[in-house]
Design a protein around this ligand. Structure first.
Ligand code: NAD
Length: 443
């Protein structure tokens, strides 16, 4: 099929490349000309495991194209996907301006019937707004085209996006016409050859499904972080509690880690947007509000532990930070707990040396060059001249550290482990003070 993909971010680029990989002809369009130029030159503007060879291979095979020109992008399009950003609008709701701008563009340049598929995370009723917008523009052009708008929320995870796209748990399709379901099934069929993983539903339910999934995952995290707070204050270890609750299949092992709080460009904004939409509909959402509030506090908890250790603001000290990305295997620092901690440390008058295997460029782009920030090219380099180490992202390479090196290089011999990846006893045996999240002994 001939697919047009609006947006070349984590969702658009990965999905576009995966659709090309299974044989479709895909053209990705973005308003960011620099991004498109880089893609045309074979440069991948974001880090996602396995993405670079997929993009380059399919571009070379002539199945994957990049353009800023919507006229070219929409020529002959059978499926038009929308995968642009839906950031917070300042009042907690979702800013739909990018989505509606794409709808205007589609209405302006579409020349034949097509199915429009919304992959962006959007409030219930947005597909209808996209439909109305396209039709209003078509009417202005005095053109009549059959355009159906479907919802196909995206569930890929950054850090495993290619794998998730190629082997999805499920593909949620929200539509009202049988023919639309059938076309979309055909589009994605090679991803689900093993067995049928399509979940068909009405459009509004599909839109809500995405928020429900993210809100539930965020709730699990905030729940564990609240348990961690309790554990810390009653002298229990949340890691042992985790091992004790995970075997229950009703609870499960996933998403029950206490940590430095959830970040990224999705969970924080989606929890807020859902709560906002609920309030708009006259439904109080106290659980969602609490999930957000717990997370907000959790992102500041590492700093609380630091202050507790030093008996006040750590002015004049130097901290090594291992990890800046909001989670491992991505370069994305949007909403990352590291940003909150960096600001707190700077406000206190501290200096920070950061190492992250993939996210340093994004960090520099986000924060600019500063005297109190050193970007380091190895974990050991970040420890040079530091007083304390803070682990913020649980990259694999941090898991088995050289404890002797830590002891030698960390001036105050203290580690703040925001992801509970170390054994407190082992560190203490090496003469290193240990603070984790929800590990009773932290008090
Ligand atoms: P992103 O910010 O990485 O990329 C969005 C891209 O859209 C940018 O390159 C931007 O330039 C482009 N864009 C903006 N307006 C445009 C327009 N009018 N025409 C063409 N391109 C335009 O965003 P993302 O992380 O890929 O997320 C996209 C959507 O998918 C959001 O709604 C997000 O909530 C949702 N989502 C994201 C993830 C994730 O893990 N990142 C997972 C599932 C769903």
């Amino acid at each position: 099929m001939r697919v047009t993909m609006f947006g070349t971010g984590y969702v658009g680029l990965v999905t576009g490349a995966c659709l090309a990989e299974i044989g479709h002809e895909v053209i990705c369009v973005d308003v960011d000309s620099n991004r498109i130029e880089r893609l045309q030159a074979g440069e991948i503007p974001l880090y996602e495991p396995g993405l670079a060879p997929l993009v380059r291979g399919n571009a070379a095979a002539g199945r994957l194209h990049f353009t800023v020109d919507p006229v070219r992008a929409l020529e002959g399009a059978e499926i038009v996907s929308i995968a642009v950003g839906t950031p917070p609008n300042g009042e907690g709701g979702a800013d739909l301006s990018q989505v509606l701008a794409v709808a205007e563009t589609i209405g302006t340049h579409l020349s034949a019937a097509a199915i429009v598929v919304n992959k962006s995370t959007v409030p219930v009723g947005t597909a209808q707004r996209v439909h109305d917008t396209i039709n209003a523009v078509l009417a202005r052009r005095d053109v009549q085209l059959d355009v159906d708008v479907a919802s196909n929320p995206e569930f890929l995870k950054e850090g495993a996006a290619v794998k998730d796209c190629m082997h999805p748990d499920r593909i949620v399709l929200g539509a009202s016409r049988r023919t639309t379901f059938d076309r979309l099934r055909k589009l994605y069929a090679p991803f689900v050859r093993n067995h049928d993983r399509f979940v068909e539903m009405d459009v509004r339910s599909a839109e809500l499904t995405k928020y429900a999934a993210n809100a539930l995952l965020a709730t699990k995290i905030s729940f564990m972080n609240e348990m961690a707070r309790i554990a810390e204050h009653v002298g229990a270890d949340i890691e042992q509690v985790r091992l004790g609750i995970g075997p229950d299949p009703r609870i499960g092992w996933h998403f029950i880690y206490a940590g430095a709080g959830y970040g990224g460009a999705c969970f924080p904004k989606d929890v807020l947007a859902l709560a906002h939409a609920a309030r708009d509909a006259g439904v109080p959402a106290p659980l969602l509000d609490a999930v957000h509030a717990v997370n907000d506090r959790q992102k500041r908890h590492l700093y609380t532990l630091i202050q507790r250790h030093y008996g006040g603001p750590p002015a004049g000290r130097t901290f090594a930070l291992w990890g800046a990305a909001f989670k491992p295997n991505t370069d994305d620092v949007r909403g990352a707990p590291s940003l909150t901690l960096l600001q707190q440390l700077w406000d206190a008058g501290a200096t920070v040396r950061v190492y992250d295997p993939k996210a340093l460029d994004e960090l520099r782009r986000t924060l600019g060059d500063r005297e109190d920030l050193a970007l380091c090219d190895s974990p050991a380099a970040a420890l040079d001249g530091c007083d304390a180490l803070v682990v913020v992202t649980e990259w694999r390479e941090f898991r088995s550290p050289d404890l002797e090196l830590m002891r030698e290089r960390i001036g105050d011999r203290v580690v703040f482990d925001g992801r509970n990846i170390y054994d407190p006893v082992e560190l203490e045996e090496h003469g290193i003070a240990y603070y984790g999240i929800g590990r009773g002994r932290s008090l």
